[in-house]
Design a protein around this ligand. Structure first.
Ligand code: 16G
Ligand code: ZN
Length: 539
């Protein structure tokens, strides 16, 4: 019929390049940008169908390759909740992305639409909001996405412009909750809740020093420049905005700083001791660092996602304690991955928090965090957020009315409500995470060095091993142990035993053709040596 003709016609414009096999992977499709037009067009179609499936709720489509190099690009879908695309739809994404002809594409879509009982064209169309980061290929890919969306009859594509990934997720979530959902609403929400937390700081502790931000030459630094204009009580100097000739993610950004543990370009000895932070290319990751005075060369002291999580946990726990017995009934939990530094896990456990482990990838952590009243999740690489359950939030709002204004309990409850507004509950967000770190540090009256002393990281080492077939490695659901190849876990355990505080695991990457090795031990030499001997076992 006309629907089939519409897709046949538009798909002629986007033939699939030969010899690429794409997979939706941990966080959407990623490849060299020149290979992606047909993929993005097809994800446009998928997004319209997703919207139709969910009563024409707004769906988000983000064009970004995050921390990967500037010549790469990628595409991922935000579900109407603001979370990642339901994993049930990932196989369909893989199938249509790899369909080799317009006919095959149409037939896959037809079967899927029938199976999912999606009705096209009768009760109105789907609605898809399209965002992109600052990559030069973004605009062209966005056009392909628009054509894909509109090829599903009746569906509309709305270009919401250059955004961070978390901004798009936030906007989609807000839109579907019936709230104001523009980019300025996003900023206004951050500004209001930040100010609210500032106003609740016990006066005597206030301390403001300059924060130096590495924007990764991407969208995050540019958005921070806008946001900074609306904020008082925060002094940020922004470097690597992408306007001074720097290249996106090249020698800069959260992924670089966290993996290499060295200063990003644009930072040096003149910054010794300063509180510094890095975003990644699409600003869904945040890490802090400082250059120690005894630093030789370009080494940094890193405060990674685990340290941020610990700071958030401490602050929230403190508020719950102020509320007293009732507050203590709140189920406050933490979700980490196998990469979490063992010292951070010990730290939050000592605080009395429940800790659970999830597979790498935000969608897995997010799911587990939803099990708590307040669930804090972070990957060591700096992606994370805090989720508040609806029932706990309404309990808090009720208490705000019960307690008398200005009392300690009232303040504590108000702080928690403000945190729930400030933090981006759709997905990890470097901008909102940064504001929360900053206000907590001011609240505590802490320097970055003082914060770093919460616990001392166990030395660790990550290496990657290129193998003919990474799928030969199969792990348990928490990725802490390898089930295949047979016998390898016993060999790894034998290596681990040789070291004090030794811990190691292997896992197949979800984004690259490699097997990753992580090792931890009481000294750096031991961590290095453990990582290397485990890597030998993988080869
Ligand atoms: C993606 C994930 C990130 C994960 C990383 C692991 C999202 C939004 N991003 O970047 O959370 O840490 O993949 O990569 O889920 P790997 O599988 O190659 O180690
Ligand atoms: Zn990212």
């Amino acid at each position: 019929e006309t629907q089939i003709a519409s897709i046949l016609k538009s798909s002629e414009l986007y033939p699939i390049p030969q010899s690429v096999k794409l997979s939706y992977g941990t966080a959407g499709f990623r490849a060299d940008a020149s290979l992606l037009e047909s993929t993005v067009y097809r994800v446009g179609i998928l997004s319209s169908l997703r919207s139709l499936k969910l009563k024409s709720s707004t769906v988000g489509l983000m064009i970004t390759a995050s921390h990967n190099k500037v010549s790469d690009n990628g595409v991922k879908v935000s579900d109407p909740s603001g979370g990642m695309l339901s994993q049930e739809w990932e196989p369909f994404a893989d199938q249509i992305a790899n369909a080799s002809s317009p006919r095959e594409l149409v037939s896959l879509i037809k079967d899927f639409v029938e199976k999912e009982e999606i009705v096209i064209g009768e009760k109105g169309g789907g609605e898809v909001w399209l965002g992109r980061d600052t990559r030069p290929s973004g605009e062209r890919l966005l056009r392909a996405a628009e054509i894909g969306v509109r090829s599903v009859l009746g569906s509309v594509a709305v270009d919401v412009g250059v955004l961070t990934t978390p901004q798009l997720h936030w906007m989609v979530r807000a839109k579907n909750k019936g709230l104001n959902a523009t980019e300025s609403d996003y900023f206004e929400n951050l500004v209001t809740s930040f100010k609210c937390l500032i106003d609740l700081i016990p006066i005597n502790k206030l301390e403001i020093s300059t924060l130096v931000l590495d924007g990764a030459n991407g969208v995050g630094g540019q958005k921070m420049e806008v946001l900074r204009g609306y904020l008082s009580n925060l002094d940020v100097e922004i470097r690597n905005t992408g306007r001074d000739g720097g290249v996106l993610n090249e020698g800069v950004g959260a992924d670089f700083v966290q993996k290499e543990k060295v200063v990003p370009l644009g930072f040096g000895s003149e910054d010794v001791g300063m509180r510094c932070a890095s975003f990644d290319g699409d600003a869904d990751r945040l890490v802090y660092f400082y250059i120690p005075s005894e630093s030789c060369g370009d080494k940094v002291e890193l405060l990674d996602g685990d340290k941020i999580l610990s700071l958030f946990a401490l602050f929230i726990k403190e508020q719950l304690n102020i509320i007293g017995d009732e507050g203590k009934q709140c189920r406050l939990g933490v979700v980490q991955t196998a990469y979490a530094n063992g010292a951070s896990t010990d730290y939050v456990k000592e605080m009395g928090l429940e800790v659970v482990f999830a597979k790498t990838g935000v969608k897995h952590l997010h799911e587990r965090a939803e099990e708590f009243d307040v669930g804090i999740y972070f990957e060591a690489n700096g992606h994370g957020t805090i989720l508040f359950s609806e029932s706990f939030l309404s309990w808090l709002v009720g208490k705000q009315k019960d307690y008398s204004e200005g009392s300690d309990k009232h303040n504590a409850v108000s702080r928690l409500v403000a945190v729930s507004n400030l933090i981006n509950q759709a997905v990890g967000d470097a901008l909102s995470g940064l504001l929360l770190v900053e206000v907590i540090l001011q609240h505590m009256g802490w320097s970055v060095q003082k914060w770093n002393e919460l616990y001392k990281d166990l030395p660790s080492r990550q290496v990657k091993v290129e193998v003919p077939d990474r799928t030969a490695v199969v792990t348990t659901s928490e990725e802490t142990e390898a089930l295949k190849p047979l016998g390898i876990q016993d060999a790894i355990n034998a290596e681990i035993k040789k070291y004090q505080h030794g811990r190691a695991f292997i896992r197949p990457s979800g984004t690259e053709d490699v097997v990753r090795v992580y090792a931890e031990a009481s000294t750096q030499e031991d961590a290095d040596s453990l990582a290397n001997s485990v890597a030998q076992l993988v080869k």
